[in-house]
Design a protein around this ligand. Structure first.
Ligand SMILES: Nc1nc2c(c(=O)[nH]1)N[C@H]1C(S)=C(S)[C@@H](COP(=O)(O)OP(=O)(O)OC[C@H]3O[C@@H](n4cnc5c(N)ncnc54)[C@H](O)[C@@H]3O)O[C@H]1N2
Ligand code: MOO
Length: 440
């Protein structure tokens, strides 16, 4: 009896935690413009409160609001304009030595500029009536024709973020939207978890000699998907069905210390040319599991390969059928890499299954693939549309063969059917691509 998915996953996470400890402090400071997609190595807290000063929210005139309490079109309040403060100016320098009187003077102030002492509000340029002025703009006055609210158009210091606020949490993936607050706080780099280095091979001579026109789908897919989730992935080539070259390449890679994880796809099942298990046994690998009670992907293998100085490299032997390789990658390899980098487990979105009438063959296929399977976890791709009412209803792809890839052009999610879960159940859905979200 094969191990259950939950036991297999627990073993994967256990190894990931162990390897994480062995990696030690593997962080690097990365400039903000290159940080998107990386994983925060620690909570980043705001080193200061922002804005650091009270500033104007509008281009206009700084005044003292109290002085306008009785302003009306018939009895406008007149202020003499004394100097100009632009964003980036020190108000004291901009206004010079000459003291101003907030009861009778206004100061021209630009958006983002620091308020001068004694002035509490800003009258927008469009609201004030400018009179006078001329060459050198001496003698300018403004008329204010209605009372100005206290603190109008004033942004208060520390009203945005406070010193000590958490800007990004340890384990969060950096998104472009994190960069705005991080940069505003004056941070130019961020500590990220060093990217896990992953080596990927495809196996099977059918992809090398061209007979039968099987093209390598798994190699490009796995390499690209790994890069998308922040790993440093190297595609190491397509190996043919020769156990000696498989042996040498895997051993060499494990001893090179270049990789945190190695992946193969294909050659893990029962066929005459399925050499992965045998080769790992020869190398002296610890087989954590070979086979899980999952569909697709039941021949999947997970092992630790010995290297130099007692160091061991984790290894996934993913099944060859591309749909099975993709499911095992999504539900085993991605959780492994998340845990290795200190990220929490992904939380699924719960959705109801779309019930469809079943008559043509394709419907029967679809129905069968979502039929409850006792003691087996099933992973099916499908579409979870954004409905106008916000209801979560998922439609599994009609075609679920792990050898057929057409549905990957339209699917946007994986559906996880727990053992025995039936068509009436609420099911767990995950974005098809782990770097995406249903809501962005
Ligand atoms: N007697 C049994 N036969 C099979 C079993 C079984 O339990 N008993 N399991 C089946 C299942 S399930 C799967 S999945 C496959 C997986 O087998 P392997 O991992 O050994 O994969 P291969 O035999 O090497 O290839 C299977 C299939 O996938 C194609 N393939 C492989 N790699 C790629 C690639 N990189 N890109 C595109 N296509 C790929 C390959 O050409 C084969 O058609 O075994 C079943 N058999
Ligand atoms: O893993 Mo296989 O059929 O379940 O493709």
């Amino acid at each position: 009896m094969a191990l259950s998915y939950s036991v297999g996953l627990a073993k994967v996470l256990h190894v990931a935690e162990e390897q994480r400890r062995l990696r030690g402090d593997s962080r690097e400071l990365v400039p903000l413009h290159s940080a998107v997609g990386g994983i925060a190595a620690e909570n980043v807290v705001s080193p200061r409160s922002i804005p650091e000063h009270d500033t104007s929210a509008m281009d206009g005139y700084a005044i003292r609001s109290q002085a306008t309490a009785k302003a009306s079109p018939d009895t406008p309040v007149v202020f003499k304009v004394q100097g100009t403060i632009a964003a980036g100016d020190d108000p004291r320098e901009a206004l010079g030595q000459q003291p101003t009187n907030p009861d009778t003077d206004a100061v021209e102030i630009m958006t983002g500029a620091i308020f001068p002492d004694g002035y509490d509000a800003c009258v927008k340029l469009e609201t004030a009536v400018l009179v006078g002025g001329g060459p050198g703009e001496q003698g300018r006055h403004i008329l204010v024709t209605k009372p100005v609210e206290p603190h109008a158009n004033r942004r208060f210091a520390a009203s945005d973020m406070l010193e000590g606020d958490i800007v990004i949490r340890q384990g969060d993936t950096v998104r472009p939207s994190h960069i705005l607050p991080l940069a505003s706080l004056g941070l130019d780099s961020i500590p990220l978890v060093r990217k896990p280095r992953v080596g990927v091979w495809s196996t099977g001579k059918e992809m090398r000699n061209g007979h039968g026109a099987t093209r390598d789908a798994n190699g490009p897919y796995l390499t690209a998907a790994l890069r998308e989730i922040g790993a440093q992935a190297d595609f190491l080539g397509v190996l043919d069905d020769d156990p000696t070259s498989l042996h040498d390449r895997v051993r060499e890679a494990a001893e090179s210390r270049k990789f945190d994880l190695l992946l193969t796809s294909g050659a893990v099942s029962k066929g005459k040319f399925d050499h992965v298990r045998h080769v790992l046994d020869q190398i002296g690998a610890e087989i954590i599991f070979h086979g899980l009670a999952i569909r697709p992907g039941h021949p999947v293998l997970f092992a630790l390969i010995p290297g130099n100085e007692g160091r061991r490299t984790a290894f996934f032997g993913l099944p060859g059928n591309p749909g099975a390789a993709a499911a095992c990658f999504r539900f085993l390899t991605v959780p492994y890499l998340r845990a290795l980098q200190g990220q929490e487990a992904e939380q699924p979105i719960l959705a109801r299954l779309l019930q469809r009438p079943t008559s043509p063959d394709t419907d029967n296929n679809a129905r069968r693939s979502c039929h409850p399977m006792p003691e087996t976890d099933c992973f099916r791709h499908g579409i979870l549309p954004a409905t106008p009412t916000g209801q979560m209803i998922v439609e599994p792809s009609r075609e679920q063969s792990p050898a057929k890839l057409g549905p990957f052009t339209t699917a946007n999610c994986w559906v996880h059917f727990r053992p025995g879960a039936g068509a009436e159940e609420v099911v767990e859905c995950y974005p098809l691509d782990p770097s995406t979200s249903f809501f962005t």
